[in-house]
Design a protein around this ligand. Sequence first.
Ligand code: HEC
Length: 139
Amino acid sequence: MKKLIALLPLCCLLLWQACSNDKTCATQPLNPNGDSELALLMRQMFEDGERVRTQIQKGEVVSIQVDFDKIMTAKATDPAKMQGPEFPHFAASYVEAMKALRDATPAEAQDKYTAMVATCMNCHEQSCPGPIVRIKKLL
Ligand code: HEC
């Protein structure tokens, strides 16, 4: 325990150093080669999902901000992830689910939202399992 406490200032210092230059902290790509269009879109999809979840929790009317149609055309870091017959199929189910959520009445919104997150999961189970833990947080 003592050791942990001793490490705390070090962690703070590292964190502070990493974030003291706010601009690089916010825009630094996670991927050394720069983030792909698809990866950036996915992050927007995730953030928009969190926002919509809060709207539903508050009983507000849902508003979609992310340009979800782009999933059909955005370029991935590894184009192999988008090859194969499943990708367009999963992408189309996601787009359909987003449209249903966008048009949902407040009473329907929660079900449509859960169905939408399921379409994220379906594609990720097939093509890119890494972010699944994060996506589950949307539920
Ligand atoms: C049609 C398939 C598909 C669907 C649907 C899909 N994803 Fe993704 N997702 C991918 C692929 C492929 C990548 C890898 C992108 C890359 O590295 O270029 C990815 C990457 C991600 C990442 C990591 C991005 C990063 O920071 O590098 C997150 C987070 C993510 N997706 C969340 C979501 C969420 C949330 C949804 C639903 C709202 C969703 N995904 C729906 C295929 C999909």
